[in-house]
Design a protein around this ligand. Structure first.
Ligand code: ZN
Length: 440
């Protein structure tokens, strides 16, 4: 729907009188986003469109029902979902669709070219080891401005409705702990409008470049996950690096999220090794993830099913960029066995790839195209890739989100329903994070 643009100054003025009914929602450039902090106050929105059910025809969902509501937000949470009151003194959402704010669950906020002159991937950088050598050259220069560029990158994600991320952060001898420190500084600066989980990522191998000590230090500095990287091709064996990662996670009470690009036998064996380790240490269930896990793309149907079942039973999740090249990731098999699947852009503009747009809704759209999720029902389900698995309607069409007590992390979309938002990659008109209006 059309919205009238307002100036940044006008927006701040309008927002400061919370109950004024004249605030107009508009989209501004990422760099101009304004965060309004409503701590201790009630933020009220009227004319908010929420999904309320499915319309069936001969057993098929042919449409999604919506109604307008008034929403109250207080202390960062949804306080009440009320019948719509068009006369309420409240911010007018003008019929925009409210969805859960988006989550990018695999990204590298610490190393990006975003904010620097354009540079495409270099042909000489073919293997992961080539990339390690290249990083050893460029990271010292990148680190000089990494805090401000991380913030800029976060601004880009926010402009697409993302207010939460899981960011891997380089832990290796070239940057030491500075990638982590710089990113933490950026996150402090953005704390009212954005949150991230951090993964200590040994991008240059754990033993290949002697990173054990740094990983232990990073684990003590407040990261949430212990990362890893292609144990066989980088560190020369599955057991030694994987045992290090698992033990460090156990010792420090962290989760695990390992980059596993290895496609063949070593990739599969690493997945099986991790499943065994998690089953031996059940405390790791539900907080262990494999990022990429490309080996799953090249298994026969029976093996895919077997591994998906074992991953589901061990509560090991898969973080995917929903790759377009090569065989597709077996998402349907993973879903069938209850594996938690999360999605991320991974690289936005960096020396690894320049194809990430920053939109995680686009990843749900790509998945819908790859896996043939074309119907109203299927499109409404796959929205979960963009939202960290929160969707407004349950599988039977009952409204399950938002409800009182939910975190007030929401977007307002120019779309009539989730299915349309996924299919059209609809524009985000407003982002609210923990009750703070980031823009809109
Ligand atoms: Zn990555």
């Amino acid at each position: 729907m059309a919205t009238e643009p307002i100036s940044r100054k006008d927006f701040i003025r309008n927002s400061s009188i919370l109950l004024a009914s004249t605030c107009i929602l508009s989209t501004a450039a990422a760099e101009e986003k304004v965060t309004e902090n409503y701590a201790g106050k009630t933020l009220r929105l009227k004319n908010v469109r929420l999904e309320t059910g499915f319309v069936y025809d001969q057993g098929e969902v042919i449409q999604t029902k919506t109604e307008l509501f008034t929403i109250e937000i207080e202390e960062g949470k949804i306080k009440q979902v009320l019948p719509n009151d068009i006369h309420a003194k409240a911010i007018d959402a003008k019929g925009l669709l409210m969805l859960p704010a988006f989550k990018d669950m695999h990204i590298h906020l610490d190393k990006t070219f975003y904010g620097l002159p354009w540079q495409a991937h270099l042909k000489k950088n073919k293997t992961v080891k080539d990339m390690i050598a290249y990083e050893q050259q460029v990271i010292p220069e990148l680190l000089k401005t990494s805090t401000v560029r991380s913030e800029k990158l976060i601004g880009l994600l926010q402009s697409y409705g993302t207010s939460y991320a899981r960011s891997h952060v380089n832990i290796e001898p070239t940057s030491g702990l500075n990638s982590l420190k710089h990113l933490e500084a950026a996150l402090v600066n953005k704390q009212s409008s954005f949150q991230a989980q951090l993964v200590a990522f040994p991008q240059h191998g754990i033993f290949y470049t002697k990173t054990e000590g740094l990983m232990k230090e990073a684990a003590r500095m407040g990261v949430d996950f212990i990362g890893g990287l292609d144990p066989t091709s980088i560190d020369g064996s599955i057991e030694k690096p994987m045992d290090f990662v698992v033990q460090l996670a156990l010792d420090q009470g962290k989760g695990i999220d390992i980059h596993l690009h290895e496609p063949g036998d070593s990739g599969l064996k690493t997945i099986e090794y991790l499943i065994d380790k998690v089953n031996e240490n059940p405390v790791l269930k539900g907080k262990t993830y494999l990022s990429h896990a490309f080996a799953l793309r090249y298994l026969d149907i029976n093996k895919t099913d077997e591994i998906a079942e074992r991953l589901g039973a061990a509560k090991i999740g898969i973080a995917s960029t929903i790759p377009l090249s090569g065989n597709p990731m077996p998402l349907p098999a993973l879903y069938k066995h209850g594996v938690e699947v999360i999605a991320g852009n991974d690289c936005i503009v960096d020396h690894w790839s320049t194809f990430g747009t920053g939109s995680i809704l686009q990843k749900a759209n790509v998945a819908a195209q790859i896996y043939g999720y074309r119907t109203e029902y299927d499109l409404s389900r796959i929205l979960k890739l963009a939202t960290g698995n929160i969707i407004p309607l349950d599988d039977k069409g009952n409204r399950q989100w938002p409800k009182a007590g939910d975190l007030a992390n929401v977007v307002l979309m120019d779309a009539s329903c989730s299915a349309e938002a996924v299919s059209r990659v609809s524009p985000v008109s407003s982002l609210i994070h923990n009750g703070n209006v980031v823009f809109g």
